[in-house]
Design a protein. Structure first.
Length: 202
């Protein structure tokens, strides 16, 4: 009698491990970028830039003086217009022209007062700032000049808006005074024609 011997089934063989070659291994290490070098500006260039900026600010100051002169002239013209209306008694005639003249005078006076009222002028360096010495004197010569250029540019832009507002007010005031003067002349002409017609001169 032959005993049957059962041989065990071969175990499932695992796939061989594949060793990655050194060339195929990629390392994702952070790469440090070199720090940017500080900007180096020649001192002569900084001096020229500061000179040009200050020249522009001087021109802006001259423009402010011109606007002040125009404001004074328009105040005188508006006062002369009121004097003419008062002497000729046109304001008390009660006609449509009188109402237009009163409205025109008040509008021009309001515009002139709006241009006359003081507005805060931007200046640099601001000496009222107690931290000025601590902030600026701690800078190097180049950094100080660059910071002054930035401050002067901001000062120019702030004052430019103020001058533009004043110029607009003066322009509208001049147009209003001119329109009121035309209305006054037409009013005088109408009164003259009406008086001449009633007296038979015309």
């Amino acid at each position: 009698m032959v005993n049957a011997v059962s041989t065990p089934a071969p175990a499932d063989t695992l796939p061989p491990l594949v060793d990655a070659s050194p060339d195929e291994v990629q390392l994702s290490l952070p790469v440090e970028e070199p720090a940017p070098e500080p900007l180096t500006i020649p001192p002569a260039t900084l001096a020229l830039a500061a000179q040009d900026v200050r020249m522009v600010l001087r021109e802006q100051n001259e423009q402010s003086q011109i606007l002040t002169t125009k404001l004074n002239i328009l105040f005188v013209a508006n006062g002369a217009l009121l004097t003419s209306l008062s002497i000729s008694r046109l304001l008390v005639s009660g006609s449509v022209f009188s109402i237009a003249e009163i409205v025109g005078f008040l509008a021009s006076f309001s515009l002139l007062m709006g241009a006359f009222l003081p507005r805060q002028v931007a200046v640099t360096p601001n000496l009222e700032d107690r931290k000025f010495l601590e902030t600026y004197l701690a800078l190097s010569e180049q950094d100080y000049q660059l910071q002054m250029l930035v401050n002067l540019s901001e000062t120019y832009n702030a004052n430019k808006q103020r001058l533009e507002d004043t110029s607009q007010s003066l322009k509208y005031a001049a147009y209003t005074i001119w329109s009121t003067t035309v209305i006054m002349l037409v009013h005088i002409l109408v009164i003259y024609v009406a008086t001449g017609s009633s007296s038979g001169l015309i």
